[in-house]
Design a protein around this ligand. Structure first.
Ligand code: CU
Length: 312
């Protein structure tokens, strides 16, 4: 209810701005500015899939959308719990399976550190529970990525504060190669706002291409992008499906992603090999010229960089 009120106020604020702009050139404005802006404001993107255009408002920025509200609930130590309240005000208990799971919970600190992608268990009363993925103190954002049965895919986001001593973490500089758990992952392609860009991630270990990636949640990789500044959320699945006869199990996994704006994004690639899930992370600057392979920064700046800063 509070959220609805707050959104309403936000919409009116926008309407007032647009109304003022219209007022300059039009004495009588027959268009209701609230009706005009409302659909865009109320809209949240579905997880972007290959070839699909991103919606105007990215996912994860709203705690409540289309009648569904993400509601953290008190949980015992070591556990994280929440529910999704539905349009009737009651906790949602029926969800569609998407990518092998009925609920995908993604968490990251506001400084883009601490990324985790986990799968809570649903209790009959609509409460989702999972071993606490929030690794230490900080301002966290939690994203619930789900499809209520009979509804559209949604990603809702909420802030969660974990008290304690805060450590300032600098976002790593843009790079096209990173290592995780002994794997080297390289990135080719640069996301461009407003159009679909191919991003190819190539996995090797000890100098050898990895050609036996294992399916994880129905794909050889899952890519989440978070925008620095507001943590707008994108979840992209790769081209092809394991076992479709044309998609090799590595070393390269290609995604088609459309980012909503220029700016700095952190990419998180989940892939499975050796029976374990690994997460490779990259900082990228959307809208920048493609970086030369192997160069640690596209501009050569020693500073950890604010190219594209400030868009949202
Ligand atoms: Cu998931």
């Amino acid at each position: 209810m509070t959220t609805v009120t707050r959104l309403g106020a936000f919409t009116l604020g926008l309407a007032a701005l647009f109304g003022a702009a219209y007022g300059v050139g039009r004495v009588v404005d027959p268009v209701d500015p609230v009706a005009q802006t409302r659909p865009d404001v109320a809209r949240t993107s579905a997880p972007t899939t290959s070839g699909e255009a991103a919606d105007l408002v990215p996912g994860g920025l709203l705690v409540s959308d289309r009648g569904y509200t993400l509601q953290p609930v008190t949980a015992p130590a070591g556990e994280f719990a929440f529910r999704i309240d539905g349009p009737d005000g009651r906790p949602v208990t029926r969800y569609d399976v998407a990518h092998d799971k009925r609920m995908h919970l993604i968490v990251a600190r506001r400084d883009l550190s601490g990324f985790r992608h986990v799968h809570p268990e649903l209790a009959p009363d609509g409460t989702w529970r999972v071993a606490n993925p929030l690794a230490g103190a900080g301002q966290w954002r939690a994203f619930a990525d789900f499809t209520p049965t009979g509804g559209e895919p949604l990603t809702l986001g909420v802030d969660v504060t974990v008290p304690g001593e805060l450590t300032e973490r600098t976002l790593p500089a843009p790079a096209t190669s990173t290592t995780v758990d002994g794997y080297t992952v390289t990135l080719t392609g640069t996301p461009q706002p407003g159009r679909t860009s191919a991003l190819t991630l190539t996995v090797s270990r000890a100098g050898q291409p990895v050609t036996d990636l294992e399916p994880y949640l129905g794909a050889y990789g899952h890519l989440v992008a978070l925008r620095r500044g507001d943590l707008a959320y994108l979840h992209v699945h790769p081209d092809g499906t394991p076992g479709d006869g044309r998609t090799p199990p590595g070393p390269a996994v290609t995604f088609h992603a459309e980012v909503p704006s220029t700016g700095v994004y952190r990419l998180y690639l989940d892939f499975q090999h050796g029976g374990r899930v690994h997460t490779a992370e990259f900082t990228v600057v959307a809208g920048a010229a493609p970086a030369a392979t192997g160069a640690p920064t596209p501009t050569g700046g020693a500073d950890h960089g604010t190219p594209g800063h400030g868009h949202n």
